[in-house]
Design a protein around this ligand. Sequence first.
Ligand code: 4AD
Length: 429
Amino acid sequence: MKLSEISSELGKEITVESWIIRMRKQGKKLVFLSLFDGTGEVQATLKQSTIGIDEFKPILDVFRGASIRTTGILKEDSRAPQGYELQVTSFEIIHPSDETYEQQVTHESSTDIKLSKRHIVIRGPKSSSILRFQSHVLHYMRDYFYSKGLEEVFPPLIVEAQAEGGSELFEIKYFDRNAYLTQSSQLYLEAAIFSLRDVFCILPSFRAEKSKTRRHLTEYRHVEAEGAFMDFEDLVKFIEEMIAYIVDKVIANDQDILKMWDRELQPIKTPFRRIKYGDAIKLLKDEYDITIPHGEDISDAPERQLIDHFGEPLVLHHFPTTMKPFYHKIDPEDKNLTRSADFLFPGCGELVGSGERETDIGSMLERMAKMDPPVNPEEYYWYMDLRKYGSVPHSGFGLGLERLIMWLLGVEHIRDITLFPRTVTRLAP
Ligand code: 4AD
């Protein structure tokens, strides 16, 4: 039986399989265990007088980490964190652990050791709760997409041409030529709308980011969606509704995990506050004397300032044409601006990058030629064909899954969200 299922079994005899995550021996006749099986936790009491002298002995030689099958009566106990404890009548060690387990990693261990021993760290209930939460959030996300009629597709991760910025590309050997690991599946999703109309994918993206911040990985889970006949306003509304939906689902279903993280989450109000890029850099100058030359990225610190200024989710939109890739649609009302939006959130910074897509081949070719170094349209022959043969207004977005979890749970560092994080200096385990 799984530990998540035992609360309805009060007063009954149950058998559970689990790992020993904490143990306390009191003399040679009494042992207290904390058992965890990845779905729940329970405290167990083992008494020599109940179990039998010979049968009890093996527990005295056991170390933390061992796997164990225990049978006993589940009794109410207000002192136990779960409100009940297992009074064990018999047990069987499934596989022993080793005494060195104790020295593998502790709360006091350095970050480097914690990362090297990540396979041990994730055996703890708190790390486990993040991974479980991430799985739940993905479920809510997929539910939202399916409820809106989107279909899931699987674009390639090995690509020939860049989607975002040249400087952050991982180059790989691909037989006798070079290829790249994808930075975004957007361009392929744009092709897929001609087949399925509205699509999404949840895949890793790779960024050769040298920046060692608490919100950057070199491999992250990228949730991307693209919709045909969807303009900029439809897009922003779609994303706002999606985030509000996920928050509602988390509030309804994941209170136990929120509690573990001391997190009180409130339903989120839509529409979110909006500010144009131009107004944002003016606000930073006027209020905080931070100068950002028009057309330059708002880096980490000023971005945080902006989020703190409003203290709520923020849609930063209409970035200048010069600072965005050639696929962003130029705003017909101001040719210097694009119909693009980043969603900024407290605690995780930029959560979503989004925009309406350019459909005018002439404008795209002009911007490709102006890029430094210029982009060769032949490398994008198939992408240009999407414009040549019956294009439609369309829009889409990319959301960093780990950043969403950071914000929802209030976790400080992105590496704690990830099963096995990849950063500039970290490739193992
Ligand atoms: O803003 P970005 O670069 O947008 C794109 O890649 C678009 N082509 C997506 C699209 O429209 N389909 O990345 C999208 C999001 C960011 O807002 C951020 O949440 C996340 O991806 N992200 C990262 N997360 C973790 N580590 C990194 N190094 C990240 N870089 C981007």
